[in-house]
Design a protein around this ligand. Structure first.
Ligand SMILES: *[C@@H]1O[C@H](CO)[C@@H](O)[C@H](O)[C@H]1NC(C)=O
Ligand SMILES: *[C@@H]1O[C@H](CO)[C@@H](O)[C@H](O)[C@H]1NC(C)=O
Length: 739
């Protein structure tokens, strides 16, 4: 009863409106009145429902006004309007009235809306409204935007009419929660009325309501059946494997192809492969640690992005006032570390092999092996994301509908590893751009590898020696040139997150996801890999450096790395504007500096110049974590979504530290659980099947004679077909050759 009275207060305020309408300035009153009559004329189900609830509320108010006793409030006219008052009370409101908490996302009360027992079904929805802020004269309303970080609404100057703002991740859309009649979700009149009433300043992108986006498609059922079958196969295979091993039959079965195919899916086998802490003696041991640390860094960047897009986005910008925050906010170079590791492994494997078997060619094996895991994950994402359309999902600027739609339209571009040539908002499963660029660089790598190989083959002729270095240097120069040109041409910021330019999708599209911008660390990695092979094969002698030399290089690379991260401090928080020259200088040279600094860490660890850093980074604990990092990377965007999906309100940003503890750490953990599943069920089985297939084909062709080739093909895949207990290197399966 008391609650019912509270709800009465809201219509009370609304009901004052007609009496005060003449106090409202003419410019606002006219469209308001016009809108009112417009609404009254409409006769769709949605508007009939709205009018009905409004009339009942008004009647309740007029009745309640005359009441002298509490019993009078039990009148049907009042109680019948309870549902309407609940609808109104469930409407979104700012989570705080403090200016510092200024928010464009107003959440309401989803639970109240859910429990309404009215004459029609109600739904908790978010109205996503894109507003052309350039058309609003804040000064005339007495507002000053100077209190905002960067002195403006982020993303403000992209008020370009040519951009369809609805299909981008617009952080400056207004997101207002409403408890609406279910019939309104699809009613286009709401959008039309708002657009007309505001003279086109505001436009509705979407009315996004809680509940599955659409009926599960045939694909959803197909995927689930297929995936369940895969699990069933894995469980069956594990049981068979267990029984055979227990009865000592596995020795006898070992050589048979059918048995190999069956056990390829065995979960215990694959798990022990994955979690083995054995490392091949000739691998580069510190890379797993570097991969894992980089992975957590990347994940944290995405966590901040998702959580910052909540009901108090300004707070994320305020964090940039603390210089230490740059470590987390300026995570743009993190991915470059991945590229360095990739390039390094590709060239390391290549030169090692060339050394032992000069006829061996470069084969795109690893890429083929990783593709099933990747594509199956995309299928999983497409099947399940539309089903996860709950309270968090309806209010976020991350347009998952769009990303899934992109997958449906362009999944084949993903399969061909070409989707990064699209704009960022056309990506299917956003983090997939990384896999694309990585693969593209892998395709381009032979160019440089062969150039280096031939230039170093005949050491006697000095001119020839230069082609390899020349190829790499021209690659770097080309990349620098491209960065400078694109930055100047599109007037791009130096980094993606700054108080003034956030939301500038051009930066992402033109620079961030393009291979010609990203090739610098990859090329650095190639040189490093070559160098390591030469030193290990003792074709190049390196003398033990003196202590002061090592100290100097360590100091220098630390300073470079720190400069890359912290030099953007004033630029990021909007205190200083950088000229095109500065921006493009940072854009290209930060990448070079970072690549060199990380390359030094790898070299120092490998050649034992790193002291305690070496023992830390080469600890066996990192091996499984590094090995799983490919699948974990694949999964992290989805698990982040899953975590937030469990919430009953929009994300809320408190601080970077709090986000790290409450979001990043669980997401890293969940990603690894998922990565384990994916590796066990898809990645390892398919790579084993691939080996078996190659074996079979070669056997058939050569009639069992040329066992050398079988051997070469196997070592190509780094799989020796032994159990890890045999001390074999199965654990370095292909993952090694990707990040
Ligand atoms: C209140 O609702 C009941 C049940 O829906 C209906 O029978 C009754 O006529 C309504 N009363 C008024 C005054 O609208
Ligand atoms: C999300 O994308 C879809 C498909 O392009 C679009 O119709 C919708 O308006 C977008 N939603 C938002 C909130 O921008």
């Amino acid at each position: 009863m008391r609650l019912a009275l509270l709800w009465l207060l809201v219509p009370l305020a609304v009901a004052q409106l007609p009496f005060n309408i003449f106090n409202i300035p003419e410019t606002i009153r006219t469209p308001l009145v016009e809108t009112y009559f417009d609404v009254m004329k409409l006769d769709t189900q949605c508007f009939r429902d709205i009018k009905k609830s409004f009339n009942q509320m008004l009647l309740a108010f007029l009745t309640a006004q005359k009441c002298k006793t509490i019993d009078c409030l039990m009148d049907e006219k009042v109680t019948n309007a309870t549902y309407a008052m609940k609808m109104l009370a469930a409407t979104g409101h700012p989570h705080s009235l403090d200016w510092d908490e200024l928010s464009l996302t107003w959440a309401g009360d989803p639970k109240l809306c859910r429990n309404i027992d009215g004459p029609f079904e109600t739904k908790y929805c978010f109205l996503h409204v894109t507003i052309d802020w350039t058309k609003i004269d804040f000064e005339s309303f007495g507002f000053s935007l100077s209190f905002l970080p960067g002195g403006k609404i982020p993303d403000f100057d992209i008020g370009d009419a040519n951009i369809d703002r609805c299909s981008t991740m617009s952080v400056n859309n207004v997101k207002l929660a409403l408890c609406l009649p279910a019939s309104c979700e699809k009613d286009p009149n709401i959008g039309r009325i708002i657009s007309e009433a505001t003279n086109g300043t505001a436009k509705i992108c979407e009315i996004s309501c809680v509940g599955p986006k659409k009926e599960p498609s045939a694909f959803f059922y197909f995927f689930n059946v297929a995936f369940t079958s895969l699990i069933a196969i894995a469980v069956g295979s594990s049981i068979l494997d267990y029984i055979a091993t227990r009865n000592g039959m596995d020795v006898e079965l070992k050589g048979r192809t059918t048995w190999k195919v069956i056990t390829a899916f065995s979960i215990p086998r694959n798990t022990s492969d994955l979690f083995s802490i054995r490392q091949r003696s000739d691998s580069i041991a510190c890379l797993d640690a570097i991969r894992f640390i980089t992975f957590t860094w990347v994940v944290n960047g995405h966590c901040d992005l998702f959580v910052g897009d909540g009901d108090n986005p300004i707070q994320l910008f305020r964090e940039s006032d603390y210089i230490i925050s740059d470590v987390l906010l300026n995570a743009y170079v993190s991915v470059d570390t991945f590229f360095l590791v990739s390039g390094l492994l590709v060239s390391y494997t290549f030169f090692k092999r060339v050394h032992t078997n000069p006829d061996c060619v470069y084969k795109p094996m690893n890429w083929i092996i990783l593709t099933p895991a990747y594509l199956l994950f995309i299928a999983f994402y497409v099947a399940w994301t539309p089903q996860m359309h709950d309270i968090w999902a309806v209010g976020t600027a991350m347009n998952n509908t769009l990303f899934v739609q992109n997958c449906e339209n362009y999944w084949w571009l993903n399969a061909l590893y070409l989707n990064n040539f699209h704009a960022i908002q056309d990506l299917c499963y956003p983090p997939s751009w990384f896999l694309c660029v990585d693969t593209q660089l892998y395709w381009a790598a032979p160019l440089f590898l062969i150039a280096i190989y031939y230039s170093c083959k005949n050491n006697i002729r000095n001119q020839r020696r230069k082609t390899g270095l020349g190829a790499v240097l021209s690659g770097v120069l080309f990349s620098v040139g491209a960065t400078v040109f694109l930055t100047a041409y599109y007037d791009l910021p130096a980094i993606g997150f700054t108080a003034k330019t956030t939301g500038n999708m051009d930066f992402m599209t033109q620079l961030y996801i393009k291979p010609w911008i990203r090739c610098i660390p990859y090329l650095t990695g190639i040189i490093c890999g070559y160098f390591i092979v030469q030193v290990r094969k003792q074709t190049v002698k390196v003398r033990q450096p003196k202590m002061w030399e090592l100290t100097l290089v360590w100091l220098f690379s630390t300073i470079v790395a720190l400069t890359v991260i912290f030099s953007v401090y004033d630029y990021m928080r909007g205190e200083s504007d950088w000229s095109v020259a500065t921006r493009s200088f940072y854009g290209s040279f930060a990448r070079i500096g970072w690549a060199l600094a990380i390359a030094w860490v790898v070299l120092a660890c490998t050649f034992n110049w790193a002291g305690p850093v070496k023992s830390l980074l080469e600890h066996p604990l990192w091996y499984p974590l590094g090995r799983l990092s490919y699948c974990a990377f694949l999964a992290h965007w989805f698990t982040l979504q899953l975590l937030l999906h469990g919430s009953d309100r929009p994300a809320h940003f408190v601080s970077l530290f709090q986000t790290y503890l409450t979001v990043t750490i669980p997401v890293v953990f969940m990603s690894y659980v998922m990565a384990w599943m994916w590796s066990c069920l898809v990645e390892i089985p398919f790579s084993k099947l691939e080996v078996i297939g190659v074996d079979l084909i070669i056997h058939r062709r050569r009639g069992h004679r040329d066992t050398n080739i079988v051997h070469a093909a196997r070592s190509e895949l780094n799989i020796e077909g032994k159990r890890p207990t045999d001390g074999a290197g199965i654990t370095t399966i292909e993952v090694d050759n990707h990040h």
